[in-house]
Each structure stands twice: as structure tokens, then as C-alpha cells.
Write a protein that binds this ligand. Structure first.
Ligand code: PRP
Ligand code: URA
Length: 206
């Protein structure tokens, strides 16, 4: 189930993230902005607890989020999306998955898996690029192995090929994306995309 944001502020961030002239410091700032906006949409249905608080003038009805969320950034590019998640979500813990695509085959290899028990918590998968879908589908396998259900996948750019893979292998997962692009090139990069997210985020593009 794919949800592509239609918010003009998201579109504005995307214009600047895509621009090849954007330097890593601005790229990191834009990544934080876009994930904050997507997070707003990805958490809109979280259950709230209704109670009261005392203001200086008396009691007020109050709603709080009691649902525990486990953010799961996929190393390394997913780290660029983690900061706002920790700032905005009241009850959040973090698990990490390390996946790296082989440059020739584009097949993802797992090199790190440190997830807490996920039963009863909402897993929030953070991986900016959904290209072939190999990394995302593998990460969701690991999340399910750890007891995760109701997983939400927040990405920046999705390709139709990757969306299809997630829908086939994990049809219940909701994908929240800032943009759905045309497709993949012969190196399995998203076109037009924004290039290599990890390299642009960490300034390792050479
Ligand atoms: C990128 C991206 C995703 C993956 C998406 O990571 O961050 O994890 O590719 O591609 P897929 O849908 O075809 O699997 P990359 O392997 O480049 O590693 P990095 O984050 O360390 O740069
Ligand atoms: N990983 C990226 O960083 N960019 C793409 O376009 C595809 C995979």
C-alpha cells in the first residue's frame, strides 16, 4: 500500500534534494525536513490515550501517544532520517539493520542486525531509497522475525519496481514516500531520483 505525499513543503524539499548542486550539509538538513513531514503522515493513525492535565487555570482534556515505536534505520543512508524520529516521537526505541547493495548485481547483503523484541510495538522502517525493493523486503523479513507487525516503511524516493516487490512480499506494509519516480536505470538506480543518497548525505561521492 503506497502513500505518496502531496504536500507542497515535501515537494519543495524534493526539488532541492534532487538538485545535483546541493552540498552534503544542505542535503542533510533537507533529509531531516522531509522525514519530519513524512512522519506526520505515517503516524497520523497512532492510538491516543485520553486523560486530563492541570493547566495553571484548571483541568484540560489531554491526549497522549502511548504506542511504542521502534525506528529501524537501514545503514547507512537510513541514519540520515533518524534524528527527527527521535525528536518527534514520544515513545521510541531504535534497532539497526545494515544492508549493502552489491554494485554489480544490486543484490542486498546483510552485514548487521540488531533489533530489540518488536512484539506489541510499531516498527518504522527508515530507508530513503526504495529501488529494486531487495533491501526493503529483506529488512521487513528481519523485522517480522523479531515479532514486528503493522510495519510502516518511510522512504524518500520510491521506484515502481521496488513498490511492486514490497507489495508482493509484504502486502500489509504501508509505504510512505515523498516521490514515486519513473523507474530504474541499468545499474538499478532510481531515475530521475537524486543519485546515491548515502554518498550525498555523507559526502562520500568523490
Ligand atoms: C541504498 C539505499 C537502500 C538501497 C535501496 O543503500 O539506502 O538501502 O540502496 O536499493 P534496493 O531497493 O535496490 O535494495 P546502499 O546499498 O547504496 O548502501 P548505503 O546506504 O550504505 O549507501
Ligand atoms: N540507492 C541509492 O542511493 N540511490 C538509488 O537510486 C538507488 C539505490
Amino acid at each position: 500500500m503506497l502513500h505518496v505525499s502531496k504536500h507542497p513543503l515535501v515537494a519543495d524539499c524534493m526539488a532541492k534534494l534532487r538538485d545535483k548542486r546541493t552540498e552534503p550539509d544542505e542535503f542533510r538538513s533537507l533529509a531531516r525536513k522531509v522525514i519530519s513531514l513524512l512522519l506526520y503522515e505515517a503516524t497520523a493513525d497512532l492510538a491516543v490515550h485520553r486523560g486530563t492535565v492541570e493547566t495553571p487555570l484548571g483541568p484540560a482534556e489531554a491526549e497522549t501517544v502511548e504506542q511504542e515505536i521502534v525506528a529501524v534505520p537501514v545503514l547507512r543512508a537510513g541514519l540520515g532520517l533518524l534524528g527527527p524520529v527521535l525528536e518527534l516521537l514520544p515513545k521510541v526505541s531504535v534497532g539497526y539493520i545494515g544492508l549493502e547493495r552489491d554494485e554489480d548485481t544490486a543484490v542486498a547483503r546483510i552485514y548487521y542486525n540488531k533489533l530489540p523484541p518488536l512484539t506489541g510495538k510499531v516498527p518504522l522502517l527508515l530507508d530513503p531509497m526504495l529501488a529494486t525493493g531487495g533491501s526493503g523486503a529483506r529488512a521487513i523479513d528481519l523485522i517480522k522475525d523479531a515479532g514486528g507487525t503493522d510495519c510502516r516503511f518511510v522512504c524518500v524516493v520510491a521506484a515502481p519496481e521496488g513498490v511492486r516487490v514490497i507489495e508482493e512480499r509484504h502486502p500489509e506494509v504501508r509505504i510512505f514516500a515523498a516521490a514515486l519516480d519513473a523507474g530504474l536505470n541499468d545499474r538499478a538506480y532510481i531515475v530521475p531520483g537524486l543519485g546515491d543518497f548515502g554518498d550525498r548525505l555523507f559526502g562520500t561521492g568523490g
